[in-house]
Design a protein around this ligand. Structure first.
Ligand code: CP3
Length: 354
């Protein structure tokens, strides 16, 4: 296999090449299920420090790469990382998640936000990506990522993780103009931030609109899709060849709409059959996913059977094997190792179906 060629294997999949196994990585592949991560977290309890100190963030990003050799290495950071650069401070508190205090609820708070200047306020992102690119040497693709405007606005307006999204929905349904202004500002900033990541070494951008699946299709078309599209269009103007992956949690009711954003690959969760998702998305778009992260709590035989089933259904072109959402905190590390090993040996297991 030409896996040693200069183009990272994952990028070959994004170019629609026929491959004898799909590339594989995992959302949240760096994190608390790994002992090496927990040890570092004990030493550096602040999430902001772990993700903004260049040496620590590089080390964490590379932990899963050294342990499992995935085809993608994702920058260790958070979707909220760029928010201070436009004037919204945040913290991530153990067992609570992201906290934004005070939350953004008024026009004057939105008026006070400022344009992003990543070179000045996010210099660590450039350094982390440059080092990753150098260390990984095209043995894997370097993935950058961004939060989409709807999901970032949801955190900023709610002030924390929540279940019902009543504050942002109140704004959407009572003061839509105000929310549109906020979403527009976020889209501008996020596009600049994505470009900055690409210029610093990211070879793929994954856009997370994790909470857009909380919207009805009609509201998705009003409050999420146009801003996802704006970000993609802005970035593609200067970087037309950098592939975009779009992930929405709970996207099964939105799939047909997602290609309208202009992304190259749609990342689907496990509540949809990946073969059916392919048909619904159409031929011109790639697919990523979609194994239930809970499968990694099953036996090795079970994990293997789900990998094979997913790959058979997805076909051998334009598919990136991944979970349907981030790897869960208590996942046995040896099952993650087994997942990657099996996924990389899959061409011999599957040879007959090609
Ligand atoms: O994939 C990777 O390995 C890169 C790292 C990454 C993190 N956050 C690190 C992190 C990525 C890609 C994200 C994206 C992110 N952050 C999303 C989109 C993906 C998704 O899960 O839908 C969202 C919604 C967030 C917001 C956020 N940050 C949440 C919901 C949490 C978890 C809260 C909790 O305590 O479980 C965070 C914190 C966070 N970001 C952690 C990690 C590893 C866990 C906290 C820690 O390790 O201390």
């Amino acid at each position: 296999m030409a896996e040693s060629s200069q183009i990272p294997y994952l990028l070959r999949a994004t170019q629609g090449e026929l491959l004898d196994r799909p590339p594989v990585w995992m959302m949240r592949q760096a994190g608390r299920y790994m002992k090496a991560y927990r040890d570092l977290r004990d030493k550096y309890p602040s999430f902001r420090e772990r993700s903004e100190n260049v040496d620590i963030a590089v080390e964490i990003s590379l932990q899963p790469f050294h342990a499992f050799k995935p085809d993608g290495v994702i920058l260790f950071s958070d979707i909220l990382t760029p928010l201070p650069a436009i004037g919204i401070d945040f913290d991530i508190v153990e067992s609570k998640g992201p906290i934004i205090d005070p939350p953004i609820r008024t026009q004057s708070q939105i008026d006070q936000l400022h344009p992003i200047e990543p070179e000045e306020s996010l210099p660590f992102i450039r350094e982390i990506l440059q080092i990753l690119k150098r260390e990984v040497k095209n043995e894997a693709a370097i993935l950058g990522f961004i939060g989409a405007p709807w999901t970032l606005a949801a955190y900023a307006i709610e002030g924390k993780s929540c279940k019902d999204y009543t504050n942002i929905k109140r704004m959407a349904f009572c003061e839509p103009e105000m929310l549109h202004q906020f979403l527009g500002k976020l889209a501008e900033a996020i596009a600049v931030y994505a470009r900055y990541q690409i210029n610093s070494g990211a070879q793929v951008i994954q856009m997370f609109d994790s909470w857009a699946g909380q919207l009805s299709p009609e509201d998705y078309e009003t409050f999420a899709l146009p801003y996802q599209k704006l970000v993609v269009q802005q970035v593609k103007k200067t970087h037309p060849n950098t592939p975009f992956i779009l992930y929405i949690n709970g996207s099964a009711g939105l799939l047909e709409r997602m290609p309208q954003t202009g992304v190259d690959i749609v990342s689907v969760d496990w509540t949809v059959d990946i073969g059916e998702a392919r048909q619904r998305l159409g031929k011109n778009i790639g697919i990523q996913g979609n194994i239930d992260p809970g499968v990694l709590f099953g036996s090795k035989e079970f994990i293997k059977s789900r990998i094979l089933e997913t790959i058979r259904k997805a076909g051998n072109r334009g598919h990136i094997l991944n979970l349907g959402h981030g790897v869960l905190q208590k996942t046995p590390e040896e099952n993650v190792e087994f997942f990657f090993k099996t996924a990389k040996e899959v061409s011999s297991l599957l040879a007959v179906t090609a």
